[in-house]
Design a protein around this ligand. Sequence first.
Ligand code: AFP
Length: 338
Amino acid sequence: MATASAEAPVIALDRYLRATAPKMEPGLIVTLEQVGLAVKRIASELTVAALRGELGSSGAINVQGEEVEKLDTWSNNVFIDVFAGGGAPVSTLISEELEDPRYLKAHHGRESYALLFDPLDGSSNTDVNGSLGTIFAVRRRKPGHGEDIADVLGPGSEQIAAGYALYGPATMLVWTTGTGVNAFVLDHEIGEFVLWREKIRMPQRGKTYAVNQANLSKWSPGVRALLDRLTGPKDRGGGYSLRYCGAFVGDFHRCLLNGGIFLYPGEMTSGGKSKGKLRLMYEVAPMSMIAEQAGGAASTGRQRVLDFVPTSIHERVPVYIGSVEEVALADQLKTEGG
Ligand code: AFP
């Protein structure tokens, strides 16, 4: 049994949203609660998925041309089911696992939100019991939008909320509505997200970098100069350790708490991923809002991520995200070196 200290107040997510957080529009409160519900459902299933034979590939290929894990589809369905159940004024679901937006008729045409999400980030980690995540963002939809998606394709600065869940030893829900970053931990015994930290600040500088370094030969001179600097001698601004878990959420979470940088650059090689791998609208833009709200930064190497205007819902974008000092260094060396 846990010790009750009588010193640390226990604040559950729903109470925090309704009472403690600065005044928030009611629809957004319900939307965040519903995200919490979906995350609880996914967290619970992940603990037994191996025993239920739910790991491995589904055999399908998604809109990104990537193999779909059984749990990708399952987690996506959890979000659809939770939001189709009503309650939140979400009219549009945009997911990594859905080629086209899914419109929820209950709120169609009324003032509403779009929820953009990657239901199971790092899903190739499922088979090895590695870190996994969920990433989400909320954007406002124009009244009477119909099935035209144009109003959602604004810069990330138009997001009204963003966050992620990290399914690690603890399940954590980290989110912002533009007034700082809060983190809640799921207490499985009582089924509640309980406040862990509010107004989290990312250190100005860290000691680790996260990147798939096997791609080194595919990067531009500027990106290689950045890697040289990070891995060079400590007295010349280097001495960083590499930490890479293969799930953006896990690698970003380390940056949020301890500082440092995560990068997924574009590739120069012909036929390579010129825009990197990560998707703007439901991976990079939400994490960039979290980073900035915590005092960090996020860049495409050419501009602030939150200023980048997408042309399609599944667009990819290179990303350099984390502490302000390392992201500024990435921008500088990219500008100098190309
Ligand atoms: P999966 O969901 O296919 O495992 O991809 C995870 C991811 O989108 C992101 O979470 C990781 O940071 C990145 O891809 C890892 O990509 P590499 O395998 O190319 O390093």
